[in-house]
Design a protein around this ligand. Structure first.
Ligand SMILES: [Zn+2]
Length: 276
């Protein structure tokens, strides 16, 4: 009896948990997603992890030490953030943060809720143009807009704890087990964001939304392709960290090329309007 009630509850949660995070756009991304854990919980976990990262970098004197680099990254990020409403209006109200950590790593990420970090190796080793920086940060912001981290955590949670724990988790009950499940989820979540790579499907979505976002923000969308070519060239010498989770295969570049005619007018419009 209790079991069937839990299963019914789970079914309701499951249905309400399947949604799409972004609205329909030129990018064509509208896949329905499994989103079981509350977004607020994921955001809160991410904020704590991000703060820890900032504190560690601060102590190591690697946080925002190059002022001109920081201003450049913040300026480009802010232009991109200014266009997120095209995909989800609520994201304009997120508590966005943008920082640069000095590192040899060629990498960048945006944690759930809009916590952006660019590792300086990306800028120094690839000699990225503003358009290319717009492409890579746009791609990372797109992961956050699509809540890919929350989606991965939801999938992992179901695998880890099963249906019954999931039902208790959503019962908002005061039982010890429900509380325990919440704590476990919180601990699990912070590990998962960094441990679980995005799926190929999530990468394709981030490419597409990122391309549209950067075009809307006034960055030449063609830069997404030159960025991947630079990554590949760098990869032959020494594998950039970004490439290990973002393989730049021919298919990836072909998909970007296919979307180019649709997003180019957005970019052209910014040039005509603002004269940047
Ligand atoms: Zn990605």
């Amino acid at each position: 009896m209790i079991k069937s009630a839990l299963l019914a509850l789970f079914t309701v949660s499951f249905i309400s948990g399947c949604a799409t995070t972004t609205k329909d756009s030129i990018s064509g991304v509208k896949r329905s997603q499994l989103l079981l854990m509350p977004a607020s919980q994921i955001t809160s976990m991410s904020s704590k992890t991000y703060l820890q990262t900032l504190n560690t970098a601060e102590k190591a004197h690697t946080l925002n030490i190059d002022q001109s680099q920081l201003e450049r990254v913040r300026s480009i990020s802010n232009n991109l953030i200014g266009q997120v409403s095209a995909f989800r209006p609520d994201a304009a109200q997120w508590k966005w943060e943008v920082n640069v950590e000095k590192s040899d790593q060629v990498n960048a990420y945006c944690m759930p809720g809009g916590k952006i970090m660019v590792l300086s190796g990306l800028i120094d080793k690839l000699h990225v143009t503003d358009d290319e920086l717009g492409a890579v940060i746009g791609h990372e912001i797109a992961h956050a807009l699509r809540e890919h981290g929350r989606e991965r955590m939801s999938q992992a949670y179901v695998q880890q704890f099963g249906l019954q724990a999931m039902a208790l988790f959503f019962s908002k009950g005061t039982s010890a087990l429900a509380g325990n499940a919440t704590t476990q989820a919180a601990n699990l979540g912070s590990k998962l964001f960094f441990a679980l790579p995005n799926s190929r499907e999530q990468e394709t979505e981030a490419d597409k939304i990122g391309l549209e976002l950067s075009a809307r923000a006034g960055y030449n969308p063609e830069a997404a392709i030159t960025l991947w070519q630079k990554m590949n060239a760098q990869g032959e010498a020494k594998s950039p960290e970004f490439l290990s989770t973002h393989p730049a295969n021919a298919n990836r570049i072909n998909e970007l090329r296919a979307l180019m005619p649709k997003v180019r007018p957005l970019y052209d419009a910014t040039k005509m309007g603002a004269g940047r």
